[in-house]
Design a binder for this molecule. Sequence first.
Ligand SMILES: O=P(O)(O)O[C@H]1O[C@H](CO)[C@@H](O)[C@H]1O
Ligand SMILES: O=c1cc[nH]c(=O)[nH]1
Length: 232
Amino acid sequence: MSVHIGAQKGEIAETILLPGDPLRAKWIAETFFEDPKCFNEVRGMFGYTGTYQGKRVSTMGTGMGVPSISIYANELITEFGVKNLIRVGSAGSYQKDVKIRDVVLAMAASSNSGVNESRFGGANYAPTADFGLFMKAVEAARAKNIKIKAGNVLSSDVFYEDTKEAYKKWSEFGVLCVEMEAAGLYTVAAKHKVNALAILTISDSLVTGESTTSKERETTFKNMIEIALELA
Ligand SMILES: O=P(O)(O)O[C@H]1O[C@H](CO)[C@@H](O)[C@H]1O
Ligand SMILES: O=c1cc[nH]c(=O)[nH]1
């Protein structure tokens, strides 16, 4: 057991799918895993291990934001030997041609989080996806005929911006969408020399104002999960 994860050693697979929402983790386990076993209920952050097409795989919620995912990623890697950390998250579109339910692979994660700024003494570190996982995800999406977009995303500390225009600077510089954790995950994975990738589904659009419900965010983003499970 670690401070925030109530599992025994060996109960978590080398590959784990990480939604922010612990109920999405429960849904992933119940929908896709054979024989899922719950390994964590600490803080309601449900975690499960099962098999998918004969391969052992886990899923667990991370909570929202860079600090929260950084805590879980640290413990998963250093206490439980996890090697492949795949975030499966929702995101808000910053571009006209990035539409609701599109799947986005985060090649890099820009951020306004202060975590890396303080870690690197004010310099700009560029958190990036693992190339091997990224290529596997591209191939899995092609094989399943799932269209993907890939590029730079924003990991923001702010969900409710003060103005409706705040996204436009990032949009102008090609950032595809906003979420809240990828930059933290990529940085912790890099530090510990393990692999990370964020696969995102567009849940709402800052451009058009369209949105999905919280239930849809919890239980209907199947395409990204099917891609992520091929990486186990
Ligand atoms: O759907 P999840 O994985 O939680 O991801 C997105 O949703 C949350 C905000 O609603 C943030 O965690 C953001 O990154
Ligand atoms: O972090 C997020 C996730 C979805 N939509 C947003 O606007 N922000």
